[in-house]
Ligand binder design. Structure first.
Ligand code: HPA
Ligand code: MG
Length: 211
């Protein structure tokens, strides 16, 4: 995984929605860089999973931008190279955070009934961020009931935190420091999903959008 830029960038260097100007500390990963890295991840996924039919499982809500952009890159590879990955898509919703703290329990909502595919499923889960890793571990336990042949996880971000349970996804976009980040569909109490760049939230922002 690329090493992180600990400082981040001044907000003034980029276009930020006016309604968030005071609520952010720094731009941490600009939108263009997210897309460039995502393009490369698509290539790696193609290399490892090409040839199989996969179920691309988007973990909502935070994963939707990463999922949509990565699938676009995989689709581009599918139509322009010798190998291709036939895909179907599915969506589940998880909820576990309250302010910037994990509630410790996760709720899973939605998703198709995959039981007919038991035993022959190749799954690729798309997650916005692995923080402690607890949510992902719980989700993987849940997916085991379908006896999938393969489950891989692609996470745009992995947080470097002492609270980590040691879980590491198969495909990682960027590592981030132990700060609460928002944007590109990552939220703080549902706010900041309407922000292109991944940014570090300010104390003002935390207070303003506190649940
Ligand atoms: N930002 C947004 N959502 C999150 C984070 C984060 O840093 N960690 C876990 N969920
Ligand atoms: Mg969230």
């Amino acid at each position: 995984s690329p090493s992180d830029n600990e400082e981040g960038y001044d907000l003034d260097l980029f276009c930020i929605p006016k309604h968030y100007a005071a609520d952010l500390e720094k731009v941490y990963i600009p939108h263009g860089l997210i897309l460039d890295r995502t393009e490369r991840l698509a290539r790696e996924i193609m290399k490892e999973m090409g040839g199989h039919h996969i179920v691309a499982l988007c973990v909502l809500k935070g994963g939707y931008k990463f999922f949509a952009d990565l699938l676009d890159y995989i689709k581009a590879l599918n139509r322009n190279s010798d190998r291709s990955i036939p895909m179907t898509v599915d969506f589940i919703r998880l909820k576990s955070y309250y302010n910037d703290q994990s509630t410790g329990e996760i709720k899973v909502i939605g998703g198709d009934d995959l039981s007919t595919l038991t035993g022959k499923l190749h799954m690729l889960c798309f997650k916005d961020i692995i923080d402690t890793g607890k949510t992902m571990k719980t989700l993987l336990e849940l997916l085991k009931q379908y006896n999938p042949k393969m489950v891989k996880v692609a996470s745009l971000l992995v947080k470097r935190t002492p609270r980590s349970v040691g879980y590491r996804p198969d495909f990682v976009g960027f590592e981030v420091p132990d700060k609460f980040v928002v944007g590109y569909a990552l939220d703080y109490n549902e706010y900041f999903r309407d922000l292109n760049h991944i940014c570090v939230i300010s104390e003002t922002g935390k207070e303003k959008y506190k649940a």
